[in-house]
Structure formats: C-alpha cells, structure tokens
Design a protein around this ligand. Structure first.
Ligand code: SF4
Length: 347
C-alpha cells in the first residue's frame, strides 16, 4: 500500500530562494542581470515553503533591491521557524542594506549575511562589472558588523581570474573578524544563464585550495574543519567533475526561482513543480523521487554548499574520518599534493 508519509531522510532541508532576477551588478560569470522579468512571487507566497526546512539562502539577483525584503523574511521566519536564514548580497548598496537590515533584525536577530568579494580593488570590480564596488563592499561589511550581525561572512567565488586573490581575501576576512566561505562558479542555463565558465588553471587552484584547507584545519573550530572538507570536495570536483559525496538535490534541497518554479538545484534545469501549487510536501518529495530516478543520467555535476551540506550530514562518519586523518597526519595527500605543515612547501 502506498503511503503519503515521507521518511525523514527525504525531507526538504535546504532551499535556495532567488527572490528577484533584478541585479545591479554585471558579473562575468553570471548573467542573471540580463533577465527582463524580475519576480512575481509576493511576500505572502512564501507561506507555502516546507515547514521543516533547516537552511534558507535568500538570493537573487540582488535581494536588497526588493523593498519588501523585510516582509519576505518575516513570512519565511514565521513559516520555517527552525530555519537558519542567510541573505546573499553583492554588497553594492550599503545604505539600502543598512536600512533594510535595521528593520529585519527587529524580529530576526540571528539572520546571516554573505557578502560577495572575489578579490581586491579592480579584480573584484572587473569580475562583477561594477566600477567603484570594492569600497562599497567594505562599507557594507562594516555597517553590518556595526549593526551587530554575528553571522557575517565574505563569500569568495573562485574562477580563472581571481585564484591569486584567495589568500588576500581570506586574510581580510580575518582582519575584519568575519567568516570566509568559498564557492566555485558553476554553469546554469535556468539560473545564472551562463554556460561556458571555465576553470583551467588547475595547478595554481590546487595550491591555493590546499593552502586554505590547511589554514581551516589549523583552527579549533569544527565549522572551519567542515569548510576544509567542503574545499577538499571542490578540489575533487575541479579535477574530475565528480562529487566526493552523493547528490540529494530535489530530495533534501531545492532551488526556487522568483516566479515560484521549483528545480532540484541551481544547476539542474528541470522544473519539478510550482511553489504556489504545492499542497503537500511529502507527496511532492515522493513524486520528485520517481522523476529523479528516471532522469538520473541527466543530472549535472556540481559541488555547491546548498547541495553538499545535506550530503555531509548524511555521510558524517566519512567526513569526520577525513577531518581526523587530514588534521592529525603530518604528511597529507590532497589530490596529488603533499600537504605538509610548512606552508612554504606548497606555495
Ligand atoms: S552573481 Fe550575484 S551579483 Fe553577480 S550578476 Fe549574478 S546575481 Fe548579480
């Protein structure tokens, strides 16, 4: 007999919500800004999100371009009261960010913010197509820190043109007292509208990511150790275009566009539903599972935190063993790189 009950392992836990396709940046590796249509979902439509969601990334476009952002966060916070909510911003609108955040922290003090920064000065400004943007990003970070945002991080997106900036931006995050997260640019026809991103400088990328792994593992923070594992997974992905852990897109994580269209992930261009039409999330996940099984060969490879997080939770033993081995062995092999305590040896 068929049941509507979805086992716990098949619940939606991670959601990326693009709330608008309007963007004030012109990034080289993401062409969202070319979209003519911006959004149709209203704040109230987000009442239909799955209640048990644990992580919600409010993204765009640039989310702070929506004047009703506080109302959207209020609705989401009410519907998904257990969820950690983080807003991803390019940081190019410091005064708007400050005004909206003053409103948001009145009811959601623990909200997180990830501000994109891919390099210093012109490197960042050229990659993001925003002259003068570097100082605006720094201003936004300082304003957010002054507002008392604890969960504040610099999000660095790795690509061919900024690999030599990783260490500097990482050091800057330390000086500013904010977290650092690493992502690699991905192709996506339905979301980023960009398909020919290339990462070719693999030798240098291996060196830089290996350095980052070593830095993160030196700390006493389990969160940083997990980030080191994630970075190691990125090395594997860049080398073989394969994930080091399975992909639970569509079953544990979703991407929802500003019109309510639901996709398994940022990079899998396959509509699997509409937010406004979902009556029962358990039935949705069971139906999605059948669809994904039949389409598995079409699954694009990716290694993004929104799809890796749940895999890392499910495979915690494997992740923990890697951390123990890599942290406590003096000679570590990371995709062909001997990883020694003397940092100079891998530079
Ligand atoms: S990466 Fe972000 S800031 Fe850049 S165009 Fe895309 S949405 Fe805008």
């Amino acid at each position: 007999m068929k049941t509507n009950k979805s086992p716990k392992e098949n619940q939606i836990k991670d959601v990326v919500l693009a709330i608008t396709y309007q963007c004030n940046a012109h990034c080289q590796f993401c062409h969202i800004w070319k979209n003519k249509e911006r959004f149709s979902l209203q704040a109230g439509d987000y009442k239909n999100l799955p209640r048990n969601t644990e992580n919600i990334n409010i993204s765009g476009g640039e989310p702070f371009l929506r004047n009703d952002l506080p109302a959207i966060i209020r609705t989401i916070n009410h519907q998904c009261s257990r969820a950690k909510i983080i807003i991803s911003t390019n940081g190019f609108l410091p005064s708007t960010i400050k005004r909206q955040m003053q409103e948001i922290i009145k009811f959601k003090k623990d909200i997180g913010i990830a501000v994109s920064l891919d390099g210093f000065g012109k490197v960042h400004e050229d990659l993001r197509g925003f002259p003068g943007g570097f100082s605006l990003v720094l201003e936004s970070i300082r304003l957010l820190r002054d507002l008392g945002i604890k969960n504040l991080k610099i999000a660095f997106t790795l690509n061919n043109k900024n690999i030599n900036q990783l260490k500097r931006v990482y050091q800057l995050s330390k000086e500013l007292g904010v977290e650092f997260s690493l992502a690699v640019c991905h192709d996506s026809s339905h979301y980023f509208k960009k398909q020919n991103n290339e990462i070719t400088n693999t030798i240098q990328i291996k060196r830089q990511i290996s350095w980052l792994i070593e830095e993160e593992l030196k700390s006493f923070s389990p969160k940083k150790w997990l980030r080191a594992y994630f970075a190691w997974g990125m090395l594997g992905f860049l080398k073989n275009r394969k994930r080091v852990l399975p992909d639970y897109s569509g079953l544990n994580s979703l991407f929802i566009d500003p019109f309510g269209n639901i996709y398994p992930s940022d990079v899998w261009d396959m509509k699997i539903g509409r937010l406004q039409e979902i009556k029962n999330w358990n039935s949705f996940v069971l139906k999605t599972k059948e669809i994904l099984l039949s389409k598995d060969k079409e699954r694009p490879n990716s290694w993004m935190i929104c799809t890796a997080r749940q895999a890392m939770k499910k495979h915690w033993l494997k992740v923990s063993l890697w951390i123990l081995q890599t942290k406590f062995c003096s000679n570590k092999k990371v995709y062909g790189f001997t990883f020694v305590q003397n940092r100079a040896a891998i530079q």
